[in-house]
Design a protein around this ligand. Structure first.
Ligand SMILES: [Zn+2]
Length: 46
């Protein structure tokens, strides 16, 4: 199921909204975590 794949702020597994946490200010490294299923993904700017 890829219904929510277009929105990076939605959990790809369960579709719940992710909450983000800034890991590194200087590099804009952000972790997105799902409170429902515990998925964590990190994003870095290209
Ligand atoms: Zn989830």
């Amino acid at each position: 199921m890829k219904a929510h794949a277009a929105d990076p702020r939605s959990c790809p597994t369960c579709g719940d909204p992710l909450k983000f946490e800034i890991l590194d200010d200087e590099r804009f490294l952000v972790a997105w975590s799902c409170v429902n299923c515990g998925l964590i993904r990190t994003t870095e700017p290209v």
